[in-house]
Design a binder for this molecule. Structure first.
Ligand SMILES: [Zn+2]
Length: 303
């Protein structure tokens, strides 16, 4: 995907908002007409303006964009902060609010019965599930090593589970975590709408070669609205999205109401915000500071 594609797809963001369809060229022209365009036209690199105002918004590392997979495992001792309870399960506070809103809107369109099956899981809990899976495969006649390989496709190895972040939920209609969920009314609705609440279907059918986890229509990961929307619009899985932001440096999302999201990558922690910023958040993308950060700003097009 090149920058051209990125800019155009950003303009498709928020289908409910009045659509603005500019050509890529028009878009660049408009960017150049902005009163303080420096940070907008430096697409492809991260620029911090010298003229930025002092910090005026909360800027703690939210960690909502941590990429966790077999290549980026969590320490056994990692336990997230800000866990709260949701239907008896511990979960990240922000993810909880978004989940409840999603549930409410599902009900408003007549879809009932979505059950929360799992949220935060400690490393030890994940280890127990993984070992149980290996045991059952060995019983079926697989070797220990073969069982381990097979198990890793359906159960995240300890440390590689997003449940340890408190940012993932498993949902069902009938208590079963099954691919059949995708065919249910709730499953279809979630696939089409969860991004509006900041959730992605984390292990899509067509991305198993990248995620290395089998298709799981029931496993949702909270990443925040603009990121989830961008992934859905561009058919990207989380691994691809993180790569894209790192490589592009900056991407912009137009909302059609005079506002836009600026999503940028920085190798170091930045806690300054510029003028006309409505919200600012920063998230590291991995447990190591060298993994870098993604900064999400909601800005106003005209001040
Ligand atoms: Zn799950």
């Amino acid at each position: 995907m090149n920058m051209n594609t990125i800019m155009l797809s950003m303009m498709r963001f928020n289908r409910r908002a009045k659509r603005i369809v500019y050509s890529f060229l028009t878009c660049i022209i408009i960017l150049n007409l902005l009163p303080v365009p420096t940070d907008l036209i430096s697409v492809g690199m991260v620029t911090v303006l010298a003229a930025e105002s002092p910090q005026k918004q909360e800027s703690q590392d939210s960690r909502i964009l941590w990429l966790v997979n077999p290549n980026n495992p969590l320490e056994a001792t990692y336990r997230p902060e800000r866990l709260v309870l949701l239907k008896g399960y511990a979960i990240n506070a922000e993810a909880r609010v978004a989940y409840l809103k999603m549930l409410e809107d599902m009900r408003a369109v007549g879809i009932e019965g979505l059950k929360l099956q799992s949220a935060y899981r400690a490393y030890r809990h994940q280890q127990a599930i993984f070992n149980e899976k290996i045991k059952s495969l060995v019983k079926m006649g697989h070797t220990e090593e073969g069982a381990r390989t097979i198990a890793a496709r359906s159960v995240a190895v300890p440390g590689a589970s997003e449940h340890q972040l408190g940012l993932a939920v498993d949902v069902s209609i009938d208590g079963q975590l099954s691919v059949d969920f995708a065919e249910t009314e709730a499953g279809v609705w979630i696939k089409n709408n969860s991004a509006r609440y900041g959730y992605i279907v984390r292990y899509p059918k067509e991305k198993t070669a990248i995620t290395r986890i089998m298709y799981e229509p029931w496993h949702l990961r909270y990443v925040g609205v603009p990121h989830a929307e961008f992934m859905r619009e561009n058919n990207l899985c989380f691994e691809e999205y993180i790569d894209l932001v790192k490589n592009a440096g900056i991407i912009l999302f137009w909302l059609g109401d005079g506002r836009y999201y600026k999503i940028s990558y920085s190798s170091s922690y930045i806690n300054k915000t510029s003028e006309n910023v409505e919200s600012y958040s920063i998230s590291s993308i991995g447990a190591s500071p060298s993994d870098g950060y993604i900064i999400t700003e909601l800005k106003r097009f005209l001040s």
